[in-house]
Design a protein around this ligand. Structure first.
Ligand code: DSN
Length: 414
């Protein structure tokens, strides 16, 4: 990206953009929901489609001047259907939260019961957590993981489904390191006559790359963000069986949103073209392999991993035995150039703002080309930092080493 263009008009914003690009280059970004979109994706997102209003859908718009927008949106949703094996796609949701809200608005009535994974056990705010619209407008009943395995408690899911007869069962998570068994959720949904929504925001890149089983044909509806493992622009998407197409499209527009962000849709089209390439399959497999190597290395340093390891792109570390809180550890790691987030662990006795764990993932480091050797080095650094979270000298030394390592794996340049 030509920052000089921005600098000439607004040097303050240009300076902040340069600083953020440098931070993303010089640190090890472990937040599992983050990634580096390619320069092509970002350039498409910044193009002329940003200037256009296009309420409606291809061939049925409210304003004139849609020839290229219609072609773009049709191309994008066809790519989405092809990459995910879906019968229908809506690529207009602004992000994952509105995508989920549109599904509820399209398929449920206010007060209906939904059954979903609770936030402290790895679910998501928009799956019915009480402070959100999804928890206030719908009757959310929530399942969790088993204390002994850290894995989804399917006996509990089935019991709650039989007791509460939800209209919608939601599977999918934001802090769950294991495969989601979509087939098992389908069987429970069928038993009680519920619809099944799979929110694959975290794992959609793994699904696209064949490193996680597909939610189709089991789910009726699938939602995802487009900027996590899928490595696209900021945005969201709804994929579904054909029978729900009309209700979902009407829920997105005019039900919930106004004009779609066609510039984000342009970026998504490029990302989906990238995801259809053989190289993306390799990327998805490497994300998982790196996470597993990192997990094994952390275990050898005495870290406790929720569920004992990972099948996907993320690890949830319970720091209780290390006698440091998640927030203290995350802050100390950031001073060492290792950026993650504090996170609740299942059955966490601590409060969400300073919980017992941290959540880390490998999508961004893998995009930069790092592999098993770097994962082992990272585990060594994390162990040293967590053992002495007040040692700022140690952290500064590791931050310099991190910068040296990062220099060998340039982030996509903008
Ligand atoms: N904020 C996202 C994450 O970090 O998982 C979920 O919305």
């Amino acid at each position: 990206m030509d920052l000089q263009l921005i600098r000439d008009v607004d040097p303050e914003v240009a300076a902040l953009m340069a600083l953020e690009a440098t931070r993303q280059q010089d640190t090890l970004r472990l937040i599992p929901s983050e990634n580096y979109a390619s320069a092509a994706v970002l350039a498409a997102t910044a193009g002329a489609f940003a200037n256009k209003y296009s309420e409606g859908y291809p061939g049925r718009r409210y304003y004139q001047g849609q020839a290229h927008v219609d072609a773009l949106e049709t191309l994008t949703l066809n790519r989405a259907k092809s990459v995910f094996g879906a019968e229908h796609a809506n690529v207009q949701p602004y992000s994952g939260s509105p995508a989920n809200l549109a599904v509820y608005f399209g398929l449920l009535s206010a007060g209906d019961t939904i059954l979903s994974m609770s936030l402290p056990h790895g679910g998501h705010l928009t799956h019915g957590w009480k402070v959100t619209i999804s928890g206030k407008f719908y009757n959310a009943v929530q399942y969790g993981v088993r204390r002994d395995t850290g894995r989804i408690d399917f006996d509990q899911v089935a019991e709650l489904a039989r007791e509460h007869r939800p209209k919608l069962i939601i599977c999918g998570a934001s802090a769950y390191p294991r495969l989601i068994d979509f087939e098992r959720f389908r069987a429970i949904a069928d038993e009680v006559g519920a619809l099944l929504l799979a929110d694959i925001a975290h794992i959609s890149g793994l699904v696209a790359g064949g490193a996680h089983p597909s939610p189709f044909p089991h789910a009726d509806v699938v939602t995802t963000t487009t900027h996590k493992t899928l490595r696209g622009p900021r945005g969201g998407m709804i994929l579904s069986k054909a029978e729900h197409a009309k209700a979902l499209d009407r829920a997105v527009f005019p039900g919930l949103q106004g004009g779609p962000h066609e510039n984000a849709i342009a970026g998504l089209a490029v990302a989906l073209a990238e995801a259809a390439q053989p190289a993306f399959k390799t990327y998805a497999a490497e994300v998982v392999h790196n996470a597993q190597v990192l997990g094994a290395s952390l275990l050898s340093h005495g870290f406790d991993l929720v569920s004992g390891g990972t099948d996907n792109h993320l690890l949830l570390i319970d720091l209780t035995s290390k006698q440091v809180s998640g927030k203290i550890a995350a802050q100390a790691l950031e001073r060492a150039g290792i950026v993650c987030n504090a996170n609740s662990v299942p059955f966490d006795p601590r409060k969400p703002f300073d919980p017992s764990g941290i959540r880390i993932g490998t999508p961004a480091l893998t995009t930069r080309g790092m592999g098993p050797a770097e994962m082992r080095q990272l585990a060594d650094w994390m162990s040293a930092v967590v053992a002495a979270p007040d040692d700022h000298g140690l952290q500064a030394g590791i931050a310099a080493e991190v910068k040296g390592l990062a220099a060998r794996y340039p982030a996509p340049s903008y």
